[in-house]
Design a protein around this ligand. Sequence first.
Ligand SMILES: [Zn+2]
Length: 484
Amino acid sequence: MRFLSKSLAFLILLSAFAVFSFSCGGGGKTTKYEITAELDGNTVTGEETVVFYNDTDNAFKELKFNLFANAFRKNAKRPPISAIHRASAYYNGESYGGIEILSVKCGGEDVEFSICGEDENILCVPLKTEVYPSESVKITIAFRTTLARVVARTGINENTVNLANFYPILCGIQDGGFYECVYYSTGDPFFSDCADYKVTFTLPEEFVLATSGKILESSVKDGKRTETFYVNSARSFAAVASEKFGVVSGNVGKTQVNYYYYDDENPEEFLSVAEKSLTLFNDLFGEYPYPVYSVAKTGFIEGGMEFPALTFISDSLEKSAFSEVIAHETAHQWWQTVVGNNEIEYAFLDEGLAEYSVVLFYENYPEYGFTRKTLLEASEKTYKMFCSVSDKLFGKTDTSMMRGLKDFGSEYEYVNVCYVQPCIMYDLLRTTAGDKVFFSGLKKYYREYFMKNATPDGLISCFCSAGADVEGFFDGFLYGKVIL
Ligand SMILES: [Zn+2]
C-alpha cells in the first residue's frame, strides 16, 4: 500500500485455456480456485470451488479461510478503517458490510462449518478424512458478501466498486499451520499462498471490470455482462468495477498493460508510468510473470494498493503524486505478489523494497525531475523529524522493524519504520556494497522466493551469497540499534 500522507519523503514536490487447466480431481500440484460471482447492487453472491493441494509435510484435519469482508460488519471488534480516516471513508455516514457463508460442501455432502477466529474472521471447515502431504481436497463454498458504502479495499464508492477480498481465501501456511489474519486498520493485514484462479463475474452490462486476470470470454445477455478471467500463481484475485471506466493499453514484452480511468484528460501519461515501471523492474529484479498488468483509478482512502496483476490508485491523489504511487505499487508486483511475505509480521520486507524501487524509478527516468540524492535527503529529513517528534512525545523512539502490525502506535510510526527507514537502509547498503552486489542480491532474492514466502533471514542470506557482508548491517536496522 502507499499512503496519502504528505509527511512522506517523496512528496517533496499463451493461450488462456492452455495455461489454466482446472482439475477438480485434485491431480495438480497447485491449489486452485474456481469462483463464480454476481454483483447486484451492494451484494456479491458467489460460489467457489477450492482444490487445496497440501504441499507441506503435515496432515490437515481442517481447512481455514480468511473472511476479510467480515471486518466491515456491524460490531466488528477491529474496525477496518483507522479513526483518522473514518469520517472521509464512510462518505455517506455509517455503513456496514460482511460475508455470510451459505453452505460448504465436500464430496457433494454438506459440511458443518464454523465461523471462528478472533473477530469472526475465519471460516473453519472440518474434513472427513485428513489431507496428507501431496494430497488434495475439494471444497465448494457458497457465500454472500455485502458491500458497505466505504472507500476501502472492499466497498462501494462514488465512481467504482472495489472488489478485493470479496470471497473466502485459504489462510497462508506458516510453520506448517494455517495463519489467521486479523484486519488491522494500519498496514496491509494479509498473508496468503499462490494459487491458480478462474473467476467468472456477472454484473450489469454497463460496468467495465479491471481485474487480476486475463480475460477468457465475455458475453452480454438480458442486460447482464458475464466475463471469465484467469490468473495462475496469484496470492489473491481482486477487481474494480465501474460504469465510468475508459481504458488505454500498451505492451511491455509479453505483458499487456492497462490503465482504467475516469476524469483523466491524459490517461496515456499514467499508462506510460506503469509501462516504464514494468520495463525497469523487469530489468533490475527479474521478469514479471503474469500476462496482464492493470492499474485502476478508484476511490481509495490511501494513495494506492497492490493486488496480483492489479493496482488500485486513489482518485483523490494530487496529480503530482500519481507517478510515485504507480511506481511504488508496481514494484509490489515483485515485492509482495511474486516474492511473498507475511505482511502482518514483516511489513517492512515488501514496503521497504517497494519504496526503494521508487528511488530507482526516478533515478532511471530523470525526466520526472527527481534525483537519487534529493530523494534520499528528503527521506532522511522525514525520518529524523519522526525520531525527534517521538523523542519529544514519548522520551524515546522505537525504530525496530522486526515487529508486527499490532505493535505500531500510529500510521505515522508505521510509515517511518516500514517505508522510510528501510529505504534509507537499502541506499546505504547499495553505497557500501556497490551496485553490482546490491542488484545481484535483489535478483537472487526474486529468483529464490519466486511464488514463495520470504523472511528477513532469507533476504539477508541472498545479499550474503551475492557477496555482501551484511549480517551485522541488517541486524542494526532490524532491531532498531542504528542511529541515523
Ligand atoms: Zn506499499
